[in-house]
Design a binder for this molecule. Structure first.
Ligand SMILES: [Zn+2]
Length: 622
């Protein structure tokens, strides 16, 4: 179902975030905002902040934040549409659905349709064609029942170079689009040929059940043929953002509030068939941050179950790190040597499997056992290395309380003084923090970097970043019509030197033109999660972080979002611009021998000095 943009706006504008969030989280007023204990992470002192005037929320502990829709999506693990519907129902607003969709939507539909035709073609071949006998035998041998094959849409791509191609032509499929989907390709003579040949086909579904791609497994392992062939990325398939099996398993994952992560298609299908239905696979890539984010909409509890070979264990460790960083509760299931999930479930059945799940260990115990297997605890030097490694993983856990408990387990296990581990841990935490900060400053100050780079080739002086840019940007996200209007009247979007700030200012400017400039409207349009987080922090930070500040604000002694403050900031911004230009001009004068240019620049500087004086006078009179 599609809800029109206008309707969504209407609902958002009518909703009161404090009212909605307050229904689930106990909030109390502090200064201009409301605060409470964060429902998305464990905490003892409130860092979850809801802003009434900005209609957004943000947690300074775990970084979760957004508008009223985002809150419900996160809190209830529901989709965007569901959250819009729920709020509409709460407000008594009726939603009519829109049947016809835009051009872009129609174009995507064409891609989905092609995939549906292809999926049917492969499925038909598996069940009916004589040459698929070997494939049917293979699936039978792997104990995949016909009913399971159907429910996962498993099929077979026949031998030969043009079976699907001919089928596509008969069905008047746009061959260029079929090529974009990776179903066919062109040879050096520009002729089309089938991409999937002699392979068992696993359709990959979106969480909503649409076929977005295919994975193909060879029937016979051969050295010169890749074991798996996957569809390339396309307009409808983003490898890093899709999880195999999620469409089938999402309800069960939500119900049990936990998921099992496996490596391959066959593992997933076998477990599912045996009744272990809360399972997903990262197939086709190693686990990505985006996949974890997708999964976090359904649960934050995960059991990692990878092959017991060394490649599988390495992948498991890597996945654990990524999962911990996104605050997942991680456990690891280790199967007996030589077994993979597929073979295990077929040999021992669901009950035995459930026992393995029950005896799953936390990630630290798992890592410890891996080091033990490698014999690292027999040699003192190796042992130090192992402990350091364990502490490094531990430092990825955001929750302080949980971290401390886990620290105790390590110290007990190795019979070490807690203080010793604590100092190791603090060093690791500090290192993580610096890493994050350098990444962040790289992100936000790229403009200066590129300016520094360009110095090598151009003798031109560069514009310095205005120290008032950030505060101006904060004011642009205030939602105050008078303030935003004043800023845009006096400051051009292009004069933001920092490229990210400029991008964000532009976004506000666009919103301003469409008369949609409330923070809740704007944050939804920011695509990059980093930038979104940055704006959230910028918007809410100083009001939440210092209690002292809040008291002042509450007593009405300080008011930061006043029009006067905006005028003041614009003035400081302009004064800096003037001073920076004077500096640049002076630099050019000192470096160039062009006398005419000297005279011109000196004249310009005199004008600038006058402007500056006038500005400073205005400032003093305020
Ligand atoms: Zn939080």
């Amino acid at each position: 179902m599609r809800i029109t943009e206008n309707k969504i706006d209407e609902i958002r504008n009518a909703a009161d975030i404090v009212d909605i969030v307050g229904g689930y989280v106990q909030l109390r007023k502090r200064g201009k905002n409301f605060i409470g204990l964060c429902p998305f992470h464990q905490e003892k002192t409130p860092s979850f902040t809801v802003s009434d005037d900005k209609q957004i929320y943000h947690c300074f502990g775990c970084g979760n934040g957004g508008n009223v829709f985002k809150f419900l999506m996160e809190f209830k693990n529901i989709s965007f549409v569901e959250s819009v519907e729920e709020i509409a129902a709460h407000l008594g607003i009726k939603i009519q659905t829109e049947e016809s969709t835009g051009d872009q939507q129609n174009e995507l539909e064409v891609f989905y349709d092609i995939n549906v035709i292809a999926a049917r073609f492969f499925l038909e071949h598996l069940t009916k064609s004589a040459e698929a006998e070997e494939a049917r035998e293979y699936l039978k041998h792997r104990k995949i029942k016909p009913q399971t094959q159907r429910s996962f849409g498993i099929g077979f791509a026949p031998f030969g170079w043009d079976n699907f191609l001919n089928h596509a032509k008969q069905n008047k499929i746009d061959l260029v689009k079929a090529k974009q989907l990776g179903l066919i390709d062109t040879n050096e003579r520009g002729e089309y040929y089938d991409k999937f040949r002699a392979r068992i086909i696993f359709p990959i579904f979106s969480p909503n059940g649409r076929v977005i791609a295919f994975g193909g497994r060879v029937l016979q392992n051969a050295d010169n043929v890749a074991k798996y062939l996957n569809s390339p990325e396309s307009q409808i398939y983003f490898k890093r953002k899709s999880l195999y099996g999620l469409y089938h398993s999402k309800d069960e994952i939500r119900k049990l509030d936990r998921a099992i992560l496996v490596e391959g298609y066959m593992d997933l299908v076998s477990l599912y068939q045996a009744g272990v239905k809360n399972v997903v696979a990262s197939s086709g890539t190693s686990l990505t941050d985006e996949q974890i984010q997708l999964l976090s909409r359904f649960t934050k509890n995960i059991f990692v179950l990878f092959d017991s070979d060394s490649a599988g264990q390495k992948a498991a460790l890597r996945s654990i790190e990524l999962l911990l960083k996104q605050n997942f509760e991680v456990k690891v299931i280790t199967l007996p040597k030589g077994e993979d999930p597929d073979s295990f479930i077929n040999k021992f059945g669901k009950e035995q499997f459930d026992e393995e799940v029950t005896s799953a260990v936390n990630f630290l115990e798992y890592q410890t056992s891996q080091f033990e297997l490698q014999g690292m605890f027999e040699d003192p030097a190796e042992m130090t290395k192992a402990i350091r490694e364990l502490v490094r993983t531990l430092a990825l856990v955001n929750d302080e309380l949980k971290r401390n408990l886990l620290m105790k387990t390590i110290s007990k296990k190795f019979n070490l003084r807690e203080k010793l581990i604590e100092s190791e841990l603090n060093a690791a935490l500090l290192q993580n923090k610096t890493k994050v900060e350098t990444q962040a400053s790289k992100q936000f100050f790229r403009s200066e970097e590129s300016a520094a780079e360009s110095k090598l080739t151009l003798p031109v002086v560069h514009v310095n970043q205005n120290p008032n840019e950030k505060e101006l940007l904060r004011l642009l996200f205030s939602g105050d019509e008078k303030i935003i209007g004043y800023i845009f009247d006096n400051v051009a979007v292009e004069s933001f030197v920092n490229t990210n700030y400029m991008k964000l200012a532009e976004l506000v400017h666009d919103g301003w033109n469409e008369e949609k400039f409330s923070p809740a409207d704007l944050v939804e349009k920011i695509e990059s999660p980093e930038l979104k987080n940055f704006v959230m922090k910028l918007s809410l930070n100083d009001e939440a972080i210092s209690k002292k500040w809040d008291d002042l604000a509450f007593n009405g002694k300080v008011e930061k979002d006043t029009f006067e403050h905006a005028v003041e900031t614009v003035r400081s911004f302009q004064i800096f611009q003037i001073e920076d230009e004077i500096k640049r001009n002076n630099k050019i004068i000192s470096e160039s021998k062009d006398e005419l240019l000297h005279i011109e620049l000196l004249q310009r500087n005199r004008e600038l000095q006058d402007d500056r004086k006038a500005m400073l006078n205005l400032k003093a009179n305020n």
